[in-house]
Each structure stands twice: as structure tokens, then as C-alpha cells.
Ligand binder design. Sequence first.
Ligand code: MYA
Length: 415
Amino acid sequence: VENPLPDYKTTLEYLVQKFQDTSTSNKQHKFWETQPVGQFKDVGDSSLPEGPIELPKPLSEVKQEPYNLPNLYEWTVCDMDSDEICNEVYVLLTNNYVEDDDNLFRFNYSKEFLRWALHPPAYYQSWHIGVRVKSSKKLVAFITGIPVKMRVRDEIVKMAEVNFLCVHKKLRSKRLAPVMIKEVTRRIHLENIWQAAYTAGVLLPTPVITCQYWHRTLNPKKLIDVGFSRLGDRMTMSRAIKLYKLPSSTSTPGLRKMELCDVPAVTRLLKNYLSQFVVAPDFDDNEVEHWLLPQENVVDSYVVDSQDTHEITDFISFYTLPSSILNNQNHSILKAAYSFYNVSTRVPLLQLMNDALIIAKQKDYDVFNALDVMENESFLKELKFGQGDGQLYYYLYNYRLRNALKPSELGLVLL
Ligand code: MYA
């Protein structure tokens, strides 16, 4: 939801202050205090070494049996290739996953999107974990991991990306989430992987980067109707429509949809581009093919195929994540595009991103979202993105960084 925040809300002082405020109101982190993550008491202590907090254990010392769930529940592995199971996951998330602070919208990841998100090269099915009610077999909770090679400064670290943690609304606040996190951790350890990356809208011990979403209105009338944005002072609907109007076709010569044959060139561009950030994934051809080859209503990617040399010089991409609109008479789905990975070498990033907006508008998206990571700050204001409310915190598990990073030092987008 659009709502400008003062800049100080992203600073470390602000986080420490916020932590102190919540801890005096007696908010402890009974679970997170036991985990190998940066703790709030250590914020600003630059004597602590960078790198793993705990050393790997021999695999024989990793607990071999699953953690115990409360008696009424059982673990299940979710095979996302099964239409039936994929649908159960979809229904659980559609009704119980992340909402905005005002409970106006809830993420509505599509089934195709969930399959894509959970089946990258070399994924582990055992990391797609569900919880069922023993008696009825109803799926009531979910958590997932996928493998990724992450570069932190000049080291490549095998990590898991943990996502889609969800507990049914009726089972909240029963400490189910910590058991699920421990169980996914155990299964990741069994593959000899000891680090993870994850994001959340809630403040936990302790973020490595605090980011913000920015929103570019494409369909002002609908966004205002559903309460996503408001007409500011001295703004009328017709002025808003005019303000956000975009050309009907893109401006970059040679811009076309990415194809399979572009994979090696895009991998090279992306590898080179991401090398400038402190934390970024290290993608090979197979991963680029998986994450960036266009899939209808899941991920869109465009390359600039230079007309003189037939080289791929630039590319842009976004993924599709609609939200359910809760309690509105006229609209039930907000169609949102999310900026993914973009690389500019020949064409200015501003122009490429303007073309991304034009494409998203042509495809009938209502809004185009982007985080302030990578070089995104260079185009957000100019292209009429508005700052969102709330933060997105990035975390690393069992890996300490000496200081929190700026969003522009991060080359990672999680789904
Ligand atoms: S972020 C998206 C999270 N999902 C949602 O927001 C959907 C709606 N909400 C829910 O479904 C529930 O509220 C959830 C919590 C399931 C979030 N990340 O069971 P509880 C801590 C981590 O009584 P519930 C995403 O998917 C909380 O601080 N921890 O609470 C990334 C408290 O611990 P402590 C969280 O509300 C997930 C404890 O849980 C989160 O019923 C990354 C309370 O448990 C959160 N988003 O359920 C997971 N929310 O007392 C970590 C609450 O200590 C991965 N909590 O404060 C770590 C890496 C693991 C792999 C390592 C491999 C080496």
C-alpha cells in the first residue's frame, strides 16, 4: 500500500530503537534467541567475525527423525507435480498467507507460480514440507526450501532459500512455526547445507538488509477504488490518469521476448552485473533458463538484441504475483508485476524500466512493484513509483555480516 515513510525508518538506529521499544514491552524471541542468527544485543559489535556462526556438524550427528508435532498433526512431503497436492497448497496459501498491515490484500500465488518457485534445478522434494491434521488429512501448514549458490563478498556459499511459511489462521500462536523452521533446517542440514536466506515483513533477530517496496501505478482508477492508493491533495482522478499514462508501445529498438537461445548470453550479462553486489545469487545457465525464460503469467523477460551486432546487451524481467482483494464489491484480484532481475549495459536502465512498465500496462497489470535493491533507486522516483508502507527485511541464517547492508548492496530478489 502506498504511503511514504521517513527515511530514518530504514536505519540501524531505528531498528535498535524499535527493538528496545518492543523488548521493554516484554517482547522476547524465545525461539530466535536459540538460533544461530545475529542477535539484537550484538548489533553494532564489529568485533564479531564475518561468516558462519556455527560450524557444520558431521552428517551422522544430524538428528535422523523428524521433530515432534503436537499429537493431532503429522508431517507430509508436498509433491508439487501432483495437481491435487499443488491445489491443496494453493488453497492453504490463498486463504492464509501474507496480508498487508490493513488486511485489504492477501498474496494469491498461482499454482503455476508455486511449481516454478519450488522446482528450480536440483531442488529437494523433501524440503517442501506440509503439516496435515491426522484425522481429516487437511493441509494446515507449509514451509519450503530451495537450494541456491549465494555469493557473499568473494565467497560462494551453498544456501537454502526458505519461503512460503504458512500456518492456518485457526492454528496461529501455538508455536507451530518454530517446529516447522527446525524441521526444514534439519532436512537442509541432511543435504550438508548450513546457511539460508529468507525475507519477512516482520522484524526478527536480525536483518542484514532492510528494504522497501515501491509501487508504480498502472491502473489508477482501480488502485484507488480498492484502497491500494489514495488521491493526494490537489489530485483528481482525471489528473491521476493523466499522470500515470504510458506510451502504447515500447521505445527500445531490438527489445524482444527472451528465448531459449538467449540463455548463455543472459547468464553472462547477469553474472557480470551481479558481481558488483555484496550478496547475490550465482546463477548458471540451467538456473537462468529456469528463473528467466518466460512463462505465461509467471515470469516475463525481454532482451535487447542489438540490431547491428546481434549481441544481447540488456535485459529486463518481472514476475507475476496477484493479490486477492479482500472485501471489495467490484474487484477481487489485483494484478501485480514485481521487478525481478534487470541488466543494462547499452540502454539506460531508466529507459529499459520504462519499457517494462509499458509492457506490464499492455498486459493489463494494475501495478508494477520494485524493491529499492540493486540499482533500482536510480529510476524509482523518475518513473513515478511511490514508496510503500512497511519494510521487507532480508535475513541470513548462520552467517554473520559485520554491518547491515544498504539495499543497493544487495543483488537478490526472493519470491
Ligand atoms: S515470510 C512469510 C511468513 N508467512 C506469513 O506471514 C503468512 C501469514 N502468517 C502465518 O502463517 C503465521 O503467522 C506464521 C507464524 C507461520 C508466519 N519468519 O507458530 P507461532 C516467529 C520467521 O506461535 P504463528 C517466509 O515465509 C515469531 O517471531 N519467524 O506463530 C520466510 C516467534 O518466534 P520468537 C517468524 O503466528 C520464512 C514464533 O515464530 C515469522 O502461529 C522464514 C511464533 O510462532 C516469520 N515470518 O506462525 C522462516 N513469523 O518467539 C525462517 C513469526 O522467537 C527460516 N515468526 O519471536 C530460517 C532458515 C531455516 C533454514 C536453515 C538451513 C540451514
